[in-house]
Design a protein around this ligand. Structure first.
Ligand SMILES: Nc1nc2c(ncn2[C@@H]2O[C@H](COP(=O)(O)OP(=O)(O)OP(=O)(O)O)[C@@H](O)[C@H]2O)c(=O)[nH]1
Ligand SMILES: [Mg+2]
Length: 231
């Protein structure tokens, strides 16, 4: 029998294999990693900055920043104290495992506890391309509107945690929280959700606790390798 596969399936299959290689690199180094996805302007870089500031004393953070052009976001992450690498996708609307591989090689993984990857702002394409990271996190934001889970189901289905950012704007924007939650529940029942504001800091402690808990849990099965003794 002839196997029939579309070009799209073949590309995604190749990406999955490379994502597994990336995952192995991160596992062996004992670095827990997040793939942060969102629409443009939802607050990915703002949340990275806040997270870096809050966890600086507790965890060593690295950031891979995906952008169509510019290094503005990686510059912001570096200014906030992270080891930061920029990937310019040259027009591509998502990161993929091929792009992540050289970025991992540019980082000194032995000096990191947590790696956050900021994906390109887009609610469609990033959902289809595994990177090899351990957890997928989506940032929704209040001004985007409450209908987004209903309109972008693929993204909401594949996530491990959801941040609802910009809750400081709730008094000024029409945002039907019940309609939003119904959409999320239908696609991803019980997904852990963090309503917060990067502007005011409200809700941030729960997000930070979640990250620290995830890193602790990861460490139980992926202990850091002891550094080689000095020669
Ligand atoms: N009011 C309010 N504004 C916010 C909040 N978080 C971020 N912003 C603002 O939203 C804008 C976009 O924030 P970024 O963090 O750059 O968003 P991003 O998702 O990284 O954007 P791209 O990388 O361009 O897709 C900036 O003007 C932020 O100051 C928030 O909680 N409340
Ligand atoms: Mg950004």
């Amino acid at each position: 029998m002839t196997e029939r596969r579309t070009v799209g399936e073949a590309i995604l299959g190749a990406n999955e294999r490379l994502a597994a290689v990336n995952r192995q690199m991160l596992d062996q180094a004992g670095v827990f990693s997040l793939n942060l996805m969102a629409s443009p302007g939802a607050g990915k870089t703002s949340l990275i900055e806040r997270t870096l500031q809050a966890l600086a004393g507790a965890l060593r953070l690295g950031v891979i920043d995906g952008d169509i052009a510019t290094s503005l976001d990686a510059d912001r992450a570096a200014a906030a104290g992270a080891a930061a690498v920029q990937i310019n996708t040259g027009g591509e609307c998502h990161l993929d495992a091929v792009m992540i591989q050289p970025a991992l090689e540019r980082l000194d993984l032995s000096s990191l506890d947590l790696l956050i990857v900021e994906n390109v702002g887009n609610l469609v394409c990033p959902a289809s391309f595994a990177l090899g990271t351990h957890k997928n996190v989506l940032i929704a934001s209040v001004p985007e509107g409450a209908d987004k889970p209903h309109k972008y189901p693929g993204m909401y289905r594949g996530i491990d945690a959801l941040v609802l950012n910009k809750i400081d704007l709730l008094p000024y924007v029409d945002f039907d929280q019940t309609f939003f939650s119904q959409g999320v529940e239908a696609l991803n029942p019980g997904v852990v959700t963090f309503p917060l504001s990067c502007r005011t800091g409200e809700g941030l402690p729960a997000w930070l606790n979640w990250i620290e808990g995830e890193v602790r849990q990861f460490r139980m099965t992926h202990p850091r390798r002891a550094a080689p003794p000095p020669q």
